[in-house]
Ligand binder design. Structure first.
Ligand SMILES: [Fe+2]
Length: 247
């Protein structure tokens, strides 16, 4: 549910005054949204063109132009590690020339009903100023704890279950990224369960070695291919330096 919320940031205008422009959008204001998937990585892209700047970004970029490109692109990787590439830029220019506030959101379930939520944020403007550190930290903490968390706790109480899909929810276009991640997680969990089931079946089907030399020979014949597969898997991971770590 926390990941669902992070993957649909269209809720910001309804929930987060610190993360939403104070002034009404101008007539040329335009929203662009996109969903991208690369393997098991899902991107939920948001872009506000010809937008006013948010109070948060105004702290970091006090002399920004009146209209900017506001962007917040959320990348999700399993099991629930998210990177938000966010900030504001002068319209039709390189984003790195504006104010950038990349954020990490790391989610780790405690049990069926609760989740640890770790976040961190960096910035490219007003760096090394403790007063700005504190202003940003307080503003974002307030948004997460008193706006997002409060809203989700209320929703969860109304749902009465951790199984959202069992409620047959009406799905809107903005729910696309979250649904993709739910499908990826379901597939990967099912794959893990299948491997465990296969291991249990194998253990049950293999005769105990002390049953005699023929049984020991049979056991060896069944285990050797698995050992070979494991060695190949480790060799591939070492060769690609991919040890399963997320960025
Ligand atoms: Fe939020």
């Amino acid at each position: 549910m926390v990941a669902d919320n992070l993957l649909d940031l269209s809720h910001a205008p309804y929930l987060h005054p610190f993360l939403t422009p104070k002034e009404a959008p101008p007539p040329e204001f335009r929203i662009e949204r996109d969903l991208r998937q690369d393997g098991d990585t899902v991107w939920s892209m948001h872009c506000n063109l010809n937008s006013r700047i948010t109070p948060l970004l105004a702290v970091l970029w006090p002399d920004s132009p009146p209209l900017i490109e506001g962007y917040f692109d959320m990348r999700w990787q399993p099991p629930s590690n998210l990177l938000m590439v966010a900030g504001a830029a002068v319209m039709d220019t390189q984003r790195q020339e504006g104010a950038a506030i990349p954020m990490a959101h790391l989610l780790t379930p405690v049990d069926e009903h609760t989740t640890h939520y770790f976040w961190s944020q960096a910035r490219n403007r007003m760096v090394g100023i403790p007063a700005v550190d504190e202003q940003v930290r307080i503003g974002i903490n307030h948004a997460f704890e008193h706006e997002d968390e409060a809203m989700m706790a209320e929703c969860y109480a109304l749902m009465g279950t951790a199984d959202l899909m069992s409620l047959k929810p009406v799905l809107l276009p903005g729910d696309g990224p979250a649904l993709r991640t739910r499908r990826i997680l379901a597939r990967r969990i099912e794959a893990e369960i299948s491997v465990e089931r296969r291991a249990v079946q194998l253990r049950r089907s293999v005769p105990f070695p002390s049953a005699g030399p023929r049984a020991a020979k049979l056991l060896k014949a069944q285990i050797q291919p698995l050992q070979q597969l494991a060695r190949q898997w480790v060799a591939r991971r070492v060769a690609s330096r991919d040890f399963g770590a997320q960025e």
